[in-house]
Design a protein around this ligand. Structure first.
Ligand SMILES: NC(=O)c1ccc[n+]([C@@H]2O[C@H](COP(=O)([O-])OP(=O)(O)OC[C@H]3O[C@@H](n4cnc5c(N)ncnc54)[C@H](OP(=O)(O)O)[C@@H]3O)[C@@H](O)[C@H]2O)c1
Length: 300
């Protein structure tokens, strides 16, 4: 297939590009602010530029992991959040449809309120935050704009990534500096290895899947337990991980607490492994090497 990955400089996009290329597909990947080797610049909010790139790349499928993902920033900047997470992806999905291309949008478990997770695809949505609402509106708008749209909901993504931003990199940097890190012990979710997420998404596209599909790790655990596992795998001082309650963190946006995603639907459609955190973290460690601190960034 010919693929366009909008947001190829992020942790999901880079994993998508790597697997597409490894499988012999053609992939054009974009960055917005942080170039990576081989990426082309695109602000997906610029409709004319997005249309030009789609015409040039002539994709069969457009993957769109691009988005405004900083949940607390979104809470204070709703217009920006809705533009990045709903309006721009919907326009891109329409441009893809005009060119006969499928469109893959990445959404989140934050469309749920976290009262009684883990959640299936058809469970009632009730986002608590601007980020969650912008993604939910994005899901609906993308599916209205492109009959071949696939919406992949995921959560707590970790793994090797070019910008070294995700929670595991933060934990390693804090531990290397000997600084404690407060981690909520009352947020339950399904940590998801980015390589598995990318492989499963491509497998779904290869089977022409559409509609909403949850793609996440198989275990529902709290963030503190996940951090402790990462300390074990990366040989970090677990005493630096301090369990706290979400309410004590005084975050701008409310979080779903008892969340997590059920993955029966994806498992009925494809056999792609979705590793539990112990296996995913071990694979991440193998990719990054045995270094205790990753200060270089730039893994791809
Ligand atoms: N990470 C998670 O735990 C998680 C959980 C649930 C859902 N998701 C969803 O999964 C998707 C991918 O997440 P991620 O972790 O890969 O995020 P990420 O690492 O922050 O990557 C975001 C990507 O979007 C690009 N981007 C941002 N604004 C853009 C714009 N205006 N135009 C074009 N590209 C833009 C970024 O480019 P630059 O970096 O070059 O600026 C980057 O490539 C997101 O939509 C997110 O909502 C993620």
């Amino acid at each position: 297939m010919r693929a366009l990955v909008i947001g190829g400089s992020g942790q999901v996009g880079a994993a998508l590009e790597g697997i597409l290329v490894a499988r012999g597909h053609t992939a054009v990947a974009t960055h917005h602010r942080v170039p990576q080797p081989g990426t082309v610049q695109l602000d997906v909010r610029d409709e004319a530029a997005t249309a030009r790139l789609m015409t040039d790349a002539a994709p069969d499928v457009v993957f769109c992991p691009a988005g405004l993902t900083v949940v607390d920033y979104c809470e204070d900047h709703p217009d920006e959040a809705f533009q990045a997470n709903c309006e721009a992806p919907a326009r891109a999905a329409a441009l893809a449809a005009e060119r006969g291309a499928a469109f893959v949008f990445f959404s989140t478990e934050y469309v749920f309120d976290g009262r009684d997770g883990p959640y299936g695809e058809d469970d009632p949505v009730a986002p608590l935050s601007v980020y969650g609402r912008s993604k939910l509106d994005g899901e609906r708008a993308v599916m209205a704009a492109n009959a071949r749209a696939l919406v992949v909901r995921t959560t707590v993504v970790y793994g090797p990534e070019p910008q070294g931003k995700n929670f595991i990199y933060q934990l390693r940097r804090r531990a290397a500096a000997g600084e404690p890190l407060k981690v909520p012990a009352d947020q339950r979710s399904s940590p998801t290895f980015n390589v598995d997420l990318a492989a499963a998404t491509i497998d779904l596209v290869e089977r022409a899947a559409r509609g909403v599909v949850h793609v996440a790790g198989p275990s529902v655990i709290d963030r503190y337990a996940f951090a402790r596992m990462a300390c074990d795998v990366f040989a970090l001082d677990a005493r630096l991980v301090v369990p706290v309650m979400t309410a004590d963190l005084q975050q701008r946006a409310a979080r779903p607490l008892n969340a997590g995603l059920r993955i029966e639907r994806v498992r009925r459609q494809i056999a792609t492994p979705l590793r539990d955190p112990a296996a995913g973290l071990a694979a991440m460690r193998a990719t990054l090497g045995a270094r205790v601190v990753d200060t270089t960034r730039g893994h791809r």
